[in-house]
Design a protein around this ligand. Structure first.
Ligand code: ARG
Length: 395
């Protein structure tokens, strides 16, 4: 028995992979694995039904908690942001790949397969993890250069009820952190996204006329309370997606640089991610020193790039996380955010570790002798002034 384990989403590409793995690649046993990282219940159900029907064995693995605590919380600490993309799918891929590998090892499979095309980032993210192991890697979509029309026809020939394709012209990927919509007419960067691509967020123009204020409590960089109520990570993110979505918060339309160098037009909905990263950044601004903030922003850029490129097993990634964790020891406190008409704005913050002193900075206080600043100023900019003098003498 030659076995293959397929990372299975239930969508058209991975569904077509099942008969292909049998017919074109000659595997005798196909095991489909769907990893639950917070995609809609309905999609999971469809994946499970299709997986059970078409493959020889199906696994659905609930990895929501792991996703939040081991992947999204480090992302929040790192203010994970790549060119405005909050990395929702990029960060999920290594986890999905690891779950697929677990099944492959348990089932003694010879190969693992994924349904990524040869144009995107996901192939790099999956395979970088897969290649840690001695398994054959099969990527039928990339390998066979398939078009969507061919896939639909092939699926129909095999009696597979294909996921709605004509009505849903976009490629959608959804998990707890983010919903992405790409392809179809959105590929033309001139196309203004039609309102019906959005599912998590209401049109800001039609959202409530009343602002809503929410308070998020952080403990060492991790969100732990919402409006003073303790919440587990999964519920907190789900709740923030709902509240933020109601106010039209978290829509992003960007041109994104893929790893291969292709520029892609991407649309995202990520209300909870938008709110949490804004709030977290603001709290850091209150408690970290200026030098820490400056250096951390460089670390964050490197961190986001590694995640985007799927290089989470690069040793530097662990080094960066160690630095970030050290900075987070003081990122404890509360942040109040106002949600209104598509915007999330921080309006209040507090922390026992704040480096902010009202007493020192206030216009009304006398605890700083302002004259002390004069001595500092005499040296401030000294070299520039010296140089100017030299040049004015020369001319
Ligand atoms: N552009 C993002 C990335 O590369 C998201 C891709 C999501 N895929 C999709 N088919 N909608 O990580």
């Amino acid at each position: 028995m030659v076995k293959v384990v397929l990372s299975y989403s239930g969508g058209l590409d991975t569904t077509v992979c099942i008969p292909l793995l049998r017919e074109k690649y000659g595997f005798d046993e196909i095991i489909s694995v769907t990893v639950d990282v917070g995609q809609p219940q309905e999609d999971l159900k469809i994946a499970e039904e299709r997986g059970k029907k078409l493959s020889d064995k199906h696994y659905t693995i609930n990895a929501k908690k792991e996703f939040v605590y081991d992947y999204l919380f480090p992302l929040i600490k790192a203010n994970g942001d790549y060119e405005g993309y909050l990395l929702g799918h990029a960060i999920a891929r290594p986890l999905i790949a690891r779950k697929v590998i677990e099944v492959a090892l348990k089932e003694n499979a010879e190969a693992v397969a994924h349904g990524c095309t040869g144009k995107g980032n996901d192939q790099l993210r999956f395979e970088n993890i897969f290649r840690e192991y001695d398994l054959r890697i099969i990527a039928p979509m990339r390998d066979l250069n398939l078009t969507r029309e061919w896939e639909i026809e092939y699926a129909m020939e095999h009696g597979i009820d294909v996921p709605a394709t004509k009505e849903k012209p976009w490629s959608i990927d959804e998990n707890l952190w983010s919903r992405s919509i790409e392809g179809g007419d959105l590929e033309n960067p001139l196309t203004i996204p039609p309102e019906d691509i959005y599912e998590w967020t209401v049109n800001p123009a039609e959202s409530s006329e009343h602002p809503e204020f929410i308070t998020i409590g952080f403990d060492k960089g991790i969100p732990v309370t919402l409006n003073d109520e303790s919440m587990d990570g999964v519920s907190l993110i789900k709740t923030l997606n709902e509240i933020g979505g109601k106010h039209g918060v978290g829509r992003t339309d960007i041109i994104e640089d893929r790893v291969l160098g292709l520029k892609a037009r991407e649309n995202y909905e990520h209300p909870a991610a938008t709110i949490l990263i804004k709030a977290h950044r603001d709290l850091e601004q209150l408690v970290l020193s200026r030098k820490e903030l400056k250096f951390k922003s460089l670390v964050e850029q490197e961190w986001a790039e590694l995640v985007y490129e799927g290089l989470v097993n690069e040793p530097l990634f662990a080094d960066l996380n160690a630095f970030i964790d050290e900075t987070q020891q003081r990122v404890t406190g509360t942040v109040t955010v106002r949600l209104y008409k598509g915007n999330a704005s921080v309006v209040a913050r507090d922390s026992p570790f704040k480096l902010y002193s009202q007493e020192l900075v206030s216009f009304d206080s006398v605890s700083i002798d302002q004259k002390d600043a004069e001595g500092f100023i005499k040296f401030h900019g000294l070299q520039g002034r010296l140089m100017k003098r030299i040049f004015s003498k020369k001319s």
